[in-house]
Design a protein around this ligand. Structure first.
Ligand SMILES: Cc1ncc(COP(=O)(O)O)c(C=O)c1O
Length: 368
């Protein structure tokens, strides 16, 4: 390979990265505010599955009081290990913390993928799995879920070949909201391929596979502090992994992957668990109220959800027009128009006043 002064380093770039699709990023609050003409503090942001109550007040206080931001953080995040062990109920040698569960998705793939290895992705699901697979040099094998958005176990099993290393299952799944049953996960674990159960929304469903991790060499569970603990902007997540894989992930990760603010936030969140659990209960109650109100109104058809969002079909009207109409009122929801999510909308659960404003806005849009 020779250096070409015109093209610079372009001809040295990894060939497989040329056509990589970027991950669809969120739109910042300020941009949403500019687009809608609604001030930031009045925006109703129901498009990112964030926690409308924010983080625990203990997190804010501890961050304001901390004096050692100039010192590097502990690479082994030792002070979090014991509280996490208590929270998860699995020995700390199985637990690794990352900069959001996004980082754990990447780290797990780095451990297993060699160029051309395959990763099974049960669509529709979270977009980071194919993105990180491509960045790590792997190939995504897409296996559609069935009509009820359940994992098609037979299709997954027949998609496995000698290059298949990892299967991702989000449970509850984003954006469909349904959880995967234990017999499905165990049947997939039986194939010997690494099964990553992404439990970013675990706290809203109460169902977990974490206690099974120590018993299986190829089962990994990922969790997040972004949703239930309201730490999306601080980036904190963790993996529960077979201990030999956890050990390897600790060795290959960036030493300071979890910054000091995220570490303090995780520590304080776990110390304020009753407060956060009350907020989770409020979100679950609001999910059910939102679903009932939408059903009664009849514009949208909400699907059942075990997460902090609801996927909706559109009974009357067009999803794109509804989304655009709500945008103008400063209410932001997620719009989909892919073959498996045709004319659909995903609404994150907000506070009761957000639900009321949404339902009222939908009624006004219909009335013209
Ligand atoms: C299924 C799923 N996994 C992981 C994540 C990423 O979470 P984190 O903020 O911890 O990186 C999300 C975020 O939307 C998600 O929906």
């Amino acid at each position: 390979m020779t250096y070409d002064p015109i093209r610079g380093a372009e001809n040295l770039i990894r060939g497989d990265l040329a056509g990589i699709e970027p991950y669809e990023p969120i739109v910042p609050l300020e941009t949403l505010s500019e687009r809608s003409g609604v001030p930031v503090e009045k925006l109703i942001k129901l498009d990112g599955n964030e926690n409308p109550y924010g983080c625990s007040p203990r997190v804010r206080r501890a961050l304001a009081d901390y004096s050692f931001y100039h010192i590097y953080p502990d690479p082994l995040h030792s002070e979090l290990q014991e509280p996490l062990e208590g929270y998860v109920g699995v020995g700390q040698k199985h637990i690794v913390v990352g900069s959001g569960s996004d980082e754990l998705i990447d780290l797990v793939l780095r451990v297993f993928l060699e160029p051309g290895d395959k990763v099974i992705n049960c669509v529709p699901t979270f977009g980071m799995y194919p993105f990180s697979t491509a960045v790590c040099g792997g190939k995504t094998v897409t296996v559609p879920r069935d009509d009820a958005y359940e994992v098609d176990v037979a299709a997954v099993k027949s998609a496995i070949d000698e290059r298949t290393k990892v299967i991702f299952i989000a449970s509850p799944n984003n954006p469909t909201g349904n959880a995967t049953l234990p017999n499905v996960i165990l049947e997939l674990v039986d194939t010997g391929v690494v099964v990553v159960v992404d439990e970013a929304y675990y706290e809203f469903s109460g169902r977990t596979f974490a206690p099974l991790v120590p018993a299986y060499p190829n089962l990994i569970v990922l969790r997040s502090f972004s949703k239930w603990a309201g730490l999306g902007g601080l980036r904190a997540g963790y993996g529960i992994l077979p201990f030999n894989i956890a050990e390897l992930v600790r060795r290959i990760k960036m030493p300071y992957n979890v910054n000091i603010a995220a570490m303090i936030a995780v520590r304080e969140s776990l110390a304020d668990i009753d407060y956060l659990r009350d907020r989770v209960k409020a979100i679950i109650a609001e999910r059910e109220r939102l679903s009932a109100m939408l059903k009664e109104q009849g514009v949208l058809l909400p699907l059942p959800s075990e997460a902090n969002f609801i996927l909706c079909r559109v009974a009357r009207g067009d999803a794109r027009e509804i989304k655009q109409g709500l945008d103008k009122k400063g209410i932001f929801i997620r719009y989909f128009d892919t073959p498996l999510l045709r004319n659909m909308l995903r609404i994150s659960v907000g506070k009761p006043e957000h639900t009321d404003a949404l339902v009222e806005a939908l009624a006004k849009l219909e009335g013209g």
